[in-house]
Design a protein around this ligand. Structure first.
Ligand SMILES: [Zn+2]
Length: 54
């Protein structure tokens, strides 16, 4: 069986979880946050520039 580690906290996944390949929903959110700060920001400019004025 292939071993998978959470890309955020490096914890080894022992079973198939709902948040796969992350160990938890929390790590999944962290990953999403990284997206918003990085690559996704470039895309966001031409989608909806409405969120960001808080
Ligand atoms: Zn994790």
């Amino acid at each position: 069986m292939k071993r998978v580690r959470c890309p955020i906290c490096r914890k080894e996944l022992t079973k198939r979880v709902k948040s796969f390949p992350f160990c938890s929903a929390r790590c999944k959110l962290v990953d999403a946050g990284n997206w918003f700060e990085g690559t996704y920001r470039i895309e966001a400019e031409r989608i909806e520039p409405t969120w960001g004025d808080n």
